[in-house]
Design a protein around this ligand. Structure first.
Ligand code: DAH
Length: 340
């Protein structure tokens, strides 16, 4: 009996099927009810007791090996199966399980703004959202107890009066002026936070793009031309701008810029509250004290700065009436926006 078992073990070891059918043929030959291994198990009853242990072990080994061999050969042919399946239609479209997403409308507008300024030699720079009080306020001419702090309701980090969630991307200006030598010509997009009640027109988080240009001869005329160029590129060639005197602690003089209403072209409608104009950004000539705070020679250098809300531009461009839609991420809203 041992001899038969060992002979079969050798056969199993040497077995390499040529076809899938052959695997099945050998499974039947060895392991089916009438197979050789099954027959050996039947014969096992007649093995004398003193040999049972040794024969039993070999027999079990044979069964395991045969089963393993059959499984391995089967897997081998199954894996090959798809390529040889001539009934597959390779021209059928794939399953639409993976839908391509689209860019968020705020990202689309941000990219558009960046591209416009990149075309006229601005670089793009970045800053941290958790900022120290000095960079967010003090260096920008807004020390503790300055009334202008009331313009922006601030979130303090862990109630630490020194650390804030930045309320404006103007903080990036300060870092850049500390780190780089003029000329500096850069725009800084990013998220900002203010402790405001959430409504259709205000949110506790939103996005801004800050612009800064520092060089030896920079004038208010440069600022105006740059912003006019931006407005025309962003809202169309027939767009007009107007600058109204305003106040920001870090610019002198300061202004707010309006564009002619994109909806009624200046005739008067609900969007422009029948004035023909809509405000889109704040700007001005960098206050010499800010240059001093940031280590720039204020006698040699001048600069202009501007800051705008990305949501505001997006609302105007896309006629979105509720700011909250940008943060709810309802796909029915998001699906409407496409970008190149
Ligand atoms: N940081 C201002 C704000 O959040 C916007 C701003 C106004 C930025 C004038 C500027 C500027 O750079 O010159 O309201």
């Amino acid at each position: 009996m041992l001899e038969r078992i060992n002979a079969l073990l050798k056969e199993v070891e040497d077995f390499a099927a040529q076809t899938k059918e052959q695997v099945e043929e050998y499974r039947i030959k060895w392991l089916s009810k009438k197979g050789e291994v099954t027959a050996l198990f039947d014969d096992f009853k007649s093995v004398p007791n003193e040999l049972k242990k040794e024969v039993g072990q070999q027999l079990n080994l044979l069964k395991t090996k045969a089963q393993e061999k059959i499984n391995a050969q089967k897997e081998h042919f199954d894996a090959e199966q798809p390529t040889s399946d001539s009934s597959a239609d390779h021209t059928l479209p794939g399953f639409p399980t993976l839908k391509t997403g689209s860019r968020h409308p705020l990202t689309i507008i941000k990219n558009e703004i960046l591209e416009i300024f990149l075309r006229i030699g601005f670089t793009v720079s970045d800053g941290a959202e958790i900022e120290d009080d000095w960079h967010n306020f003090t260096a920008l001419n807004t020390p503790q107890n300055h009334p202008a702090r009331d313009m922006q309701d601030t979130f303090y980090v862990n109630l630490n009066p020194e650390m804030v969630l930045r309320t404006q991307t103007s903080s990036v200006q300060v870092h850049l002026m500390q780190q780089q030598k003029p000329p500096i010509r850069t725009i800084s997009p990013g998220r900002v936070y203010r402790n405001e009640a959430i409504s259709a027109r205000a949110h506790c988080q939103f996005h801004q793009v800050e612009g800064l240009y520092i060089d030896e001869k920079v004038s208010f005329a440069d600022l105006k031309q740059t912003l006019l160029y931006f407005a025309k590129e962003m809202f169309g060639a027939d767009t007009q701008i107007r600058l109204r005197p305003s106040y920001f602690p870090f610019t002198e003089p300061s202004a707010e810029m309006d564009i002619s209403c994109t909806i009624c072209k200046g005739k008067g409608c609900n969007v422009c509250k029948h004035t023909g104009w809509v405000e889109i950004l704040g700007c001005g000539m960098v206050d010499p004290q800010v240059l001093i705070n940031c280590g720039i020679d204020e006698k040699k250098h001048k600069g202009f700065a501007f800051g705008m809300g990305i949501e505001r531009i997006a609302m105007l461009k896309y006629q979105v009436k509720d700011l909250r839609l940008f943060f709810e991420n309802d796909v029915r809203f998001l699906n409407q926006f496409t970008s190149a």
